[in-house]
Design a protein around this ligand. Structure first.
Ligand code: ACO
Length: 326
């Protein structure tokens, strides 16, 4: 018994910003961005929000699953760009879609968030606690991007992806998930801190400061290309599977060169590593469910296909999980 995906959905903002438009904001070029990242454009929220995109993606996933919202037991949202810290995004999605019975909470593991949420959802199902779970990755990264920093603003985009998991008599696979807090400084998004009357001062210059993603790009690049192949090998080994058993590797869509390097290190052909960051940029925890949804829409997924999901990002956090397509 484990969780099986029976519906997926996605939502991206209407507004599309291509690389040429960024040339007007920072000193960069379409050629540089494409060569270094594989990104050509990204969708940027104007009217949409982390909640509205999550709710839209969730409704689409529920429709495919043919499940009324009241039958959802748990809504788990992965996000690092919520509109508010409290109430959590999952509770707001509950209100939007009318999933009145659901328990709701958010999970924060940056770009590994969808893999961590999927693994968490499966654990609840395998423990017999819940039957039907909505797992969502939703990000409005444009709200937390420093649009004057050419090292990061060219990378990110907004969007959401959702999956409905239900309890099914399917093979249960063990995940390989990891964290290394000692290297967390390489990728950060700070939150504001107030002083308190017991001696804690607010950090200097904190008043009125807005917070944004800061990153040591090269360190993250090296971390991803080293840790993901190891995590893939590990998840295959512990589940007694071989690379030939895997139809596709669905990696977090951060950078085309990272995905290509992982494929090379694993000695696997490029066609097993679908990519869509060309269209969306890096959408953090939304990237994996967005890609799965797109693959389904393109009829790339067939019953019994085994996929390896692989996320990596801030924390540092990373991990792999195996799913069997319905
Ligand atoms: N346009 C033009 N030039 C640029 C830009 C830009 N947008 N950004 C940096 N440069 C310059 C640098 O200033 C540097 O110039 P210099 O040689 O004169 O000093 C030169 O280009 C090379 O810079 P590098 O940082 O070495 O470029 P690199 O090849 O490493 O590419 C990049 C940068 C794309 C950020 C890369 O390091 C990367 O993709 N890292 C991984 C980032 C990532 O995936 N983060 C997210 C993962 S986790 C998550 O999703 C939150």
């Amino acid at each position: 018994m484990t969780g099986q995906i029976i519906g997926t959905g996605a939502c991206v903002p209407e507004k599309v910003i291509n690389n040429q438009e960024l040339e007007g904001l920072v000193e960069t070029s379409d050629a540089w961005i494409q060569e270094r990242t594989g990104i050509e454009r990204r969708h940027i929220a104007v009217k949409e929000t982390t909640v509205s995109m999550a709710a839209k993606a969730a409704s689409e996933a529920l429709k495919e699953a043919e499940l009324p919202p009241e039958q959802i037991d748990l809504i788990l949202v992965s996000t690092m760009s919520p509109e508010e810290i409290m109430p959590c995004t999952a509770c707001k999605v509950q209100r939007e879609i009318g999933a009145s019975r659901a328990v709701c909470f958010d999970l924060s593991a940056a770009c590994s968030g969808f893999v961590m949420a999927y693994v968490t959802a499966c654990a609840y199902i395998e423990a017999g606690i819940f039957q039907n779970i909505l797992v969502i990755g939703s990000e409005c990264l444009s709200n937390v991007t420093d649009w004057s920093d050419r090292g990061t603003c060219i990378l990110f985009g907004d969007g959401a992806g959702a999956a409905v998991l239900t309890a099914a008599e399917e093979t249960k696979y063990l995940p390989s998930i990891y964290s290394d807090g000692s290297r967390g400084g390489a990728l950060t998004l700070k939150s504001r801190q107030n002083h308190n009357p017991f001696g804690k001062e607010a950090p200097a210059g904190d008043e009125g400061t807005s917070y944004y993603i800061e990153m040591d790009g090269q360190a993250i690049f090296k971390f991803a290309v080293r840790s993901i192949p190891q995590a893939v090998e590990e998840v295959l080994r512990k589940n007694h599977l071989h690379k030939s058993d895997i139809r596709y590797y669905v990696l977090h869509q951060a950078n085309e060169r990272i995905v290509e390097a992982v494929a090379k290190r694993l000695g696997e052909p490029a066609y097993k590593f679908p990519m869509n960051m060309k269209e969306y940029g890096n959408t953090s925890s939304a990237s994996i469910p967005l890609l799965i949804h797109e693959m389904k829409e393109k009829n790339m997924l067939h019953s019994g296909d085994r996929l390896v999901l692989a996320g990596f990002g801030g924390g540092l956090t990373w991990g792999t999980a195996i799913i069997t397509w319905k």
